[in-house]
Write a protein that binds this ligand. Structure first.
Ligand code: ASP
Ligand code: MG
Length: 466
């Protein structure tokens, strides 16, 4: 058994879905469970409808929804067997009727509650999976649509629900084993789940990767494949450094750090379930399926390269708490952390000096309340629009002088917080948001100008699409 997950651009239209079908067909002997995202831009479109309805503009919301519906119907017409088109149009139509009803409820409420937001956005995956399963059948495979919701049990923290693994794992295992047993090619949804009361939830934006890994771990898959529109994990974002190269093999730990610190290829939690079961993952380009992609394994083969890749995150907020008197005092940090705990906000990076503590956040929903609470601990200042840059590589652990090389390569740029993570496989620091591109380019030049061919594939071969 393997899990093959296809992202939004890999299911965006009939051409993309035909490509997907041929990719899956080639591996059909491995018993694939196919997990799909919503068709490209659908999730954003659905959420936009919700916002329009909340703003009282139900007409615009309906019009926007009509566009989304038209694209889905057109794709079905292009892909499905003629004798199935009518029943599929009916199945999709039912979903759109349900979405319209939710939009009307939002219009009445005047707001999109998290629960209603999920009731809308979950439809992207429910729709795309119907279309993909039909495309399999049109190609002679036994495409079976599987509703993941009764199996993927979550709590009721709508829009960012947590999966309850003790319940979900056995259900997923049983459900997919049964779906495969009859020679079926199951197609299911990423991103969504349901509560014990059967209410639809979503597990956070970009969560389909994570779903795929959860399913892979639950069914003890041989491999989890993440099909996307880039060649794999790159040394950095090729839009910023056009000479970015593909990383051939990377460890779970390295890939997790990269995902956590902003590399957009994988949702940050993706690898956790795979790691726990030691299931290798692979990131592949559905537009160049013959390429190897990036293999993600427990132990990457030894590499001469110091770093594997550079990730960065924009829109970071830095909070500084200065308190000469209290910092050394017993219990200070625990009181500080208690504030973040209370507001359910996690700190990405932390640096302390004798008189101050600096922390970075990317979730600023509770910023005002956090600042108000921190004021009882010291003088608080907030810097917005910062960026976090992170160089990742297992060899960083063993190599002295890395920090010096990093900072001399970006000498002209003002660096404000530096951290060499506890795992010691990353060095991260903060720069002003406006400086991030220059800093990443300079760092990339310093560490990735000479490529170790065992570890990297040169950019002439590896090229990012889209
Ligand atoms: N469709 C969802 C989103 O756009 C989940 C995903 O694509 O991973 O966030
Ligand atoms: Mg994604």
């Amino acid at each position: 058994m393997i899990v093959m997950k296809f992202g939004g651009t890999s299911v965006e239209d009939a051409v993309a879905i035909r490509r997907l079908v041929s990719i899956v067909r080639r591996q059909s002997h491995r018993q694939p469970v196919v997990v799909v995202s919503a068709m490209g831009k659908t999730t954003n479109g659905l959420l936009e409808c919700g916002r329009m309805a909340a703003a009282g503009d139900i007409q615009s919301a309906q019009n926007r929804l009509d566009e989304i519906a038209a694209h889905h119907f057109k794709t079905v017409d292009q892909l499905a067997r003629p004798e199935e088109i009518e029943s599929l149009r009916e199945a999709l139509g039912k979903r759109f009727i349900a979405i319209r009803a939710t939009l009307e409820e939002i219009d009445k409420n005047g707001q999109v509650t998290p629960r209603l937001s999920d009731a809308i956005s979950a439809n992207g995956e429910l729709l795309s999976s119907l279309v993909v399963a039909a495309a399999f059948r049109a190609d002679g495979m036994n495409g079976v649509w599987v509703d993941v919701r009764p199996m993927m049990r979550t709590n009721d923290d709508f829009t960012r629900a947590a999966v309850q693994f003790d319940i979900a794992n056995p259900k997923l295992k049983e459900g997919f084993t049964a779906a495969l047993a009859g020679g079926g090619a199951p197609v299911t949804q990423g991103f969504i789940g349901s509560t014990s009361d059967g209410v639809t939830t979503t597990i956070g934006r970009g969560g389909s990767d994570y779903s795929a890994s959860i399913i892979g771990a639950a069914i003890d898959a041989e491999e989890i494949q993440i099909w996307t529109d880039v060649d794999g994990i790159m040394t950095t974002d090729p839009r910023i450094a056009p000479d970015a190269a593909k990383v051939k093999t990377i460890s779970f730990a390295e890939a997790s750090e990269l995902a956590y610190f902003g590399a957009k290829v994988l949702h940050p939690s993706t690898l956790l379930p795979a790691m726990a079961k030691d299931i290798p993952a692979r990131v592949c380009n559905s537009r160049r399926p013959e390429a190897d992609g990036t293999a993600i394994v427990r132990h990457a083969p030894p590499s001469r390269a110091l770093g594997k890749a550079i990730a960065f995150k924009r829109g970071i907020t830095v909070i500084n708490v200065a308190s000469a008197r209290m910092l050394m005092a017993h219990g200070f940090l625990s009181r500080l952390f208690a504030v973040f705990d209370k507001h359910e906000t996690s700190i990405d990076m932390l640096a302390t000096s004798e008189v101050s503590v600096s922390m970075t956040l990317d979730d600023t929903r509770h910023l005002d309340a956090i600042v108000a609470d921190l004021q009882s601990l010291g003088e608080v200042s907030v810097e917005r629009d910062q960026a976090l840059i992170c160089l990742v590589g297992e060899n960083l652990k063993f190599t002295p002088g890395v920090a010096a090389r990093i900072f001399s390569s970006i000498e002209q740029i003002n660096v404000s917080m530096i951290s060499h993570g506890a795992s010691a496989i990353n060095v991260s620091f903060i720069v002003d948001g406006a400086a991030v591109e220059n800093a990443v380019r300079a760092l990339h030049r310093e560490f990735f100008s000479e490529l170790d061919e065992e570890t990297f594939e040169a950019p002439a071969l590896a090229q990012a699409v889209g």
